[in-house]
Design a protein around this ligand. Structure first.
Ligand code: XMP
Length: 508
């Protein structure tokens, strides 16, 4: 495996993804991790990430020189290169301006990283400081018109450094360079495949659980469904699944996952019908945060009640993903904050259950690959993310059965049209929102005064940032026409053209 030391760059996760896409398992660790700790992980290579700090500045994260004594190849990227230069006796220059954007990289000396790449190669730069003189033993291996030392290497010690970001797609040969590092320099054999992951994780969970029982909440989304199928493989009917229908699901969505699971697996599955309980608690509530809290608490209450009916449960399984567990580092040093998983609305902690999180090594796209590996249908594998509070945060204002019904019908049309046009898989999320206002329209000879539906369709890679999807006008027109014609009580449709930030994906 490859260990990536995170100095706080916004694109550190991309390094991990590129390495994994090459079939090599990689983990990100915060820059406070010591060389001793890294040695215990038995890495085959270490990659030092970029970061926003300036080497030498007070509070700037430092390099543990022990990383260079591990006996494995090291690649420094951007800030990682500057750390290497500083520690090994090179000269740096601080700069007040940042160089940001594309640059043509001239490969000035042969280097294992450049195999198969022709000079010049378009790369992506984002740095302030730069290396003026490389440490002794290092050769300058590439330059640009504004940067003499754009890359350097000491091939005898297998230490490589690049000032640009090979992990971003704008660096045209970046993937090739990373592959050269992994396969030519390190000589790693790619063995990170989803089938090897499934095999390993199923075996590990079987050992961890022994002859005990596990409970898990199904949400209808892909993560919890994959958790259930993996655990079912590991321990069979000692897995107990609880699916709470809170009445806030999309049309038919809960049923689809439940019937898929029932048809294909001999699961212990408790489908709890709690629509009325949720709706009565939401009665009269308009504030979005209050709605979220009520839904979260009610879910925990019900889950708790149902789980207590099981006589012997020791473990709780959750679909926590890798981005939820990566320690975050800030410019002013590492803060090691671990984000808590919010999909199931929090842990019923009175139950004193031990946690099982089989997906905690995976990125979202890898979960989809696992789902496909497990033979799940495309309609589940490619399902868009859906928030825990469900349609309650898409019916703006008070949630009532009548307003939910309008939204469900409009949303169904959006889902159908996205799928039929082939856009469903191209976008991150697409859905309808019911606005808390009425507008005037005219139908036939009469004036109407009815609801407005907003369409929200966004592109994103991780939901942290998003942009409105440039759907073809004809597709938006078809959705709008169908919603106004087919959904009683709606006379107007609008398309949301805001990006995140400053807006959010959801409207509440
Ligand atoms: P926002 O609206 O914050 O959404 O841009 C980012 C992503 O998170 C989902 N989302 C939630 N998921 N519980 C969830 O499980 C929530 O309370 C919640 N709020 C937003 C949203 O659908 C999007 O994918």
């Amino acid at each position: 495996k490859v260990i990536i030391i995170d100095y706080g760059s916004q694109v550190t996760q991309l390094i991990a993804r590129r390495v994994r896409e090459a079939g090599v398992y990689s983990e990100i660790h915060s820059c406070v991790t010591t060389a001793e700790q890294v040695a215990a992980m038995k890495p085959q290579a270490v990659i030092l990430s970029g970061g926003p700090a300036s080497v030498g500045e007070a509070d700037a994260p430092a390099l543990d020189p022990g990383f260079l004594e591990l006996g494995v190849p090291v690649l420094g990227i951007c800030y990682g290169m500057q750390l290497l230069a500083q520690n090994l006796g090179g000269k740096l220059a601080q700069s007040l301006t940042r160089e940001y954007g594309p640059a043509d990289l001239n490969l000035t000396a042969p280097c294992a990283l450049w195999e198969g790449i022709t000079s010049p190669s378009r790369v992506w730069m984002s740095h302030g400081d730069k290396v003026m003189v490389p440490p002794s033993g290092f050769a300058v291996t590439a330059s640009t018109s504004t940067l003499e030392v754009a890359a350097m290497a000491d091939e005898s010690r297998k230490i490589y450094a690049v000032q640009f970001h090979p992990e971003v797609h704008h660096s045209v040969d970046g993937e090739r360079m990373l592959h050269n590092f992994l396969f030519k320099v390190v000589g790693i054999k790619p063995d990170w495949t989803m089938s090897s992951f499934v095999e390993r994780v199923v075996k590990e969970m079987a050992e961890q659980v022994g002859d005990k029982h596990v409970v898990c909440a199904l949400s209808g989304g892909i993560d919890s469904t994959v958790v259930a199928v993996l655990l079912h493989r590991a321990i069979g009917r000692r897995l107990h699944c609880i699916f709470v229908d809170n009445g806030l699901l999309r049309l038919g969505e809960g049923d689809e996952v439940v019937s898929y699971l029932r048809e294909h697996f001999d699961l212990n599955l408790n489908f709890v019908q709690a629509q009325e309980r949720f709706l009565s608690k939401l009665k009269g509530v308009e504030d979005p945060e209050k709605k979220r809290k009520i839904i979260g608490h009610t879910f925990i209450e019900i889950f708790d009640e149902e789980a207590k009916k099981l006589s012997e449960v020791d473990f709780l399984a959750q679909g926590t993903l890798y981005p939820d567990v990566i320690e975050s580092v800030s410019h002013k040093g590492p803060s090691a904050v671990i984000k808590s998983h919010h999909n199931v609305g929090g842990l019923p902690d009175t139950m004193k259950l031990k946690l099982i999180e089989p997906l905690r090594e995976l990125f979202k796209d890898e979960v989809r690959k696992v789902a496909a590996e497990l033979g799940m249908p495309d309609s589940i594998v490619w399902r868009h993310p859906f928030p825990g509070p469900g349609l309650a945060i898409r019916v703006l204002g008070e949630v009532t059965e009548e307003r939910l019904a309008i939204l469900r019908q409009a949303d169904k049309i959006v889902q159908q049209e996205l799928r039929e046009s082939g856009w469903y898989r191209k976008v991150w999320q697409g859905f309808a929102v019911l606005l808390p206002l009425k507008t005037v329209g005219v139908m036939g000879d009469g004036r109407t005064y009815e609801h407005v539906i907003a369409l929200r369709v966004v592109d994103s890679v991780d939901a942290m940032t998003a942009d409105w999807a440039r759907l073809p006008a004809e597709l938006i027109e078809r959705m709008s026409g169908r919603i106004i014609n087919e959904v009683k009580g709606v006379n107007r449709v609008v398309y949301d053209v805001s990006s995140k930030p400053p807006s959010t994906i959801e409207w509440e």
